[in-house]
Design a protein. Structure first.
Length: 80
């Protein structure tokens, strides 16, 4: 359900937002809505991770890795 909202914003900011919205083929209302959704989802108050962070969880191992020996092993396997 859409609801009207009246905002007081600096004229220059509005003009820049209109240009950005036009260049990206999006309405000014949708641009504002997307921005508010993005900042409210990543708010530090909630402590929730973004979908991107959730998808990357577990990629980096917890244990410490000796990068020099790992790279040496990689090169050894690659060129042997």
């Amino acid at each position: 359900m859409n609801t009207k909202l009246t905002l007081n914003v600096d004229k220059i900011v509005i003009e820049e937002a209109k240009i950005y919205a036009k260049e990206n083929n999006i309405s000014l209302s949708k641009l504002f809505e997307n921005y508010i959704n993005a900042i409210s989802r990543t708010s530090s108050k909630t402590g929730k991770a973004s979908p991107l962070v959730k998808s990357l969880t577990g990629i980096i191992p917890d244990e410490k890795i000796d990068l020099n020996s790992a790279y040496t092993d990689y090169l050894s396997k690659k060129y042997s």
